[in-house]
Design a binder for this molecule. Sequence first.
Ligand SMILES: [Zn+2]
Length: 299
Amino acid sequence: MIRALILGLAMMTAPALAQDRGTLQPKDLPPLKNPADPSNVAKDVFGRAKDGAPGKPEVVGFYSKGCLQGGVALPLDGPHWQVMRPSRNRFWGHPDLVAFLQSVSVRVPQETSRPGLLVGDMAQPRGGPMLTGHASHQSGLDADLWLMPMPDRRFTRAEREELPATNLVRADWLDIDPSVWSPDYIAFLRLLAREKRVERLFVNAAIKKALCRDVKDDRSWLSKVRPMWGHNYHVHVRLTCPADAPDCAPQDKPPPGDGCDASLDWWFTEEALNPKPGKPRPPLRMADMPPACRRIALD
Ligand SMILES: [Zn+2]
């Protein structure tokens, strides 16, 4: 049952395995004929939102089926962060996510050898499903952070769109690439996982395997670090629901323990490494979304 569920996820996340580039000439999509039609594919509606939905910040639904009211943009530059692939306009989130990234970025140079964060996809301005990639990142509480260290300088606009990220995983997906891996990656992931608002971190199973092997002292934070396909260029940070957010559907707590048991071995089996393609799932339609999201998409 759990495996079927995980394999279902594999199909949904498969496009995110390839590393997407941005563009220096983003083009507007043509407007929809009837934006309010509930049979519209939800990603076609949410993928056209240019700015946040008016109203007080509100997370609606679940990480993989939800949306965001009152979303705010993370500035493209801060003292300790840089937004990558800005042409994708996915640097939006619930104010808690933006505040979290800003505050944790200050601690990055204190606890690692990096001067700051390279921020990848967060959410679209109003959340919701995306035209490409991710099944989640819909409710303004998920953010991808590049695993490669931020350099001691600002990237140019072209670099932000086109620079390839560093792959931490070996070509056979069975372990990390030892020529890249270093204790600094552990310090970076530990800093994130120890944050109270972090619900889960998703990393490639090979990275989880390396953590299981290399983390010696405090291993309590490992339970939050969950194996997933892809995530060999970035770590996915997921925050808990904000306080006082009745429409935000929480995720079950990660199972207790460090997750370095037999359940991790499954990720290195043929079934997991080369999942058989199943029937593609039909895309979410606006009618499938929580009712409040139909309003938030168009307000
Ligand atoms: Zn992600």
